[in-house]
Design a protein around this ligand. Structure first.
Ligand code: PMP
Length: 360
């Protein structure tokens, strides 16, 4: 603590992002970035927006972007909220929806670790619900009556870092059993094989679906995320946004994001390539003796019964390959490996095969 800091900084537990290496030639399979670039039309749109109009503030309501998202998902524009990456959107969701006196937030023990960080930042009590032994979310834990009425529910679908997904029937059951609280479904990875809960918005006005352009649109560097929900919930998010930063998305990001959403051909081609490569990677890892959880994301989560997770992660790093390892209960033997190109995955598997034979 510094004597200059606000009191609550002592309690924070900041999110630790995956390494962004400063040296070249490392194979980055640690932050779930897309191995193929964004649509060329995105680069054109950004170049087109890089004019002297940058002297003006951007559209604070992200009108064109929200309309493009609404059209894509069959919603009204007032059901869409855009932010500077889905992390910012999630932060506003925690602030706007989950700060209810004496009421905890239900979330899985293994999920996106930023949720716990936001709980600390906004002084929200988490009510941590363990995943089942097979690492799936147990729906009954969220549909049962709770001793203390929760402030809300949040989980990622597919979950991170497991990659495992719930069906829409399961999500509908959770939302239906909790009609008076927001149920937030973080769909950062949904485009790699799971079904989007956007389809449930007409039936459940307590569902909030969060998307990002960082993964399936290959735009992690642009920082664009958005939430889709009832106009009433979006209104609450706007109150927080306009009490924090009215211009979260710059004009270049807004132009690039609209172009990305319009190029459905590029989107479909590249996400399908990632899904195909993922299924091959999972098979190869299984052949090497890994237990691989069934992934519907652009990463796989795998452990080897005979080799320590941290040691494997270090050995890969020494060979120039970055994967993500979490020193956390229940998952400290796992590696989270982002799906790269087929060549990237072949290099990873060959290197792992060498490490396994050398250290045996
Ligand atoms: N949700 C989940 C589950 C994630 O893994 C990530 C990426 N770290 C995010 C949200 C945030 O993504 P971004 O801020 O790049 O949109």
């Amino acid at each position: 603590m510094s004597r200059y800091w606000s009191d609550h900084l002592a309690d924070l537990a900041p999110y630790v992002a995956g390494e962004q290496p400063k040296v070249a030639n490392l194979l980055k399979l640690n932050t779930n970035e897309h191995p193929y670039g964004p649509s060329p039309s995105v680069l054109e749109a950004i170049k087109g927006a890089a004019t002297d109009r940058l002297r003006l503030y951007p559209d604070n309501e992200c009108t064109a972007l929200r309309e493009a998202i609404a059209a894509l998902h069959g919603l009204q524009a007032d059901q869409v909220f855009a932010g500077n990456g889905s992390d910012e959107v999630l932060a506003h969701i925690f602030n706007a929806l989950f700060r209810r006196a004496g009421r905890p937030l239900l979330m899985p023990d293994i999920s996106y670790s930023f949720y716990r960080t936001y709980c600390k930042l906004y002084k929200i009590e988490p009510d941590i619900v363990p995943l089942a032994a097979d690492y799936s979310i147990r729906v009954a834990d969220y549909t049962a009556r709770h001793a203390v009425a929760p402030a809300g529910i949040i989980f990622a679908n597919p979950n991170a870092p497991t990659g495992m997904a719930l069906s829409l029937d399961d999500i509908s059951a959770i939302a239906g059993a909790n009609p008076d609280i927001p149920v937030v479904v973080d769909e950062a990875y949904v485009d790699f094989g799971a079904d989007s809960a956007v389809a449930l918005l007409g039936r459940h006005d307590n569902i909030v679906v969060v998307h990002t352009l960082s993964k399936s649109r290959s735009l992690a560097g642009l920082r664009v995320g958005f939430a889709m929900a009832s106009a009433e919930i979006v209104d609450g998010l706007n109150r927080v946004k306009d009490s924090f930063n009215s211009y979260p998305l710059d004009s270049l990001a807004q132009a690039g994001a609209v172009a990305a959403l319009r190029d459905t051909a590029h989107f479909d081609r590249t996400r399908r390539a990632v899904m195909d490569t993922r299924d091959g990677l999972a098979q190869q890892l299984a052949t090497l003796g890994f237990q691989v959880l069934p992934s519907q994301a652009n990463f796989v989560f795998a452990r080897h019964p005979q080799f320590d997770g941290a040691a494997l992660s270090h050995a890969l790093r020494a060979q120039g390959i970055l994967v993500r390892h979490f020193k956390l209960p229940r998952i400290d033997q796992f590696l989270r490996i982002s799906v790269g190109t087929p060549d990237d995955c072949a290099r990873l598997c060959n290197t792992l095969a060498e490490i396994l034979t050398k250290t045996h």
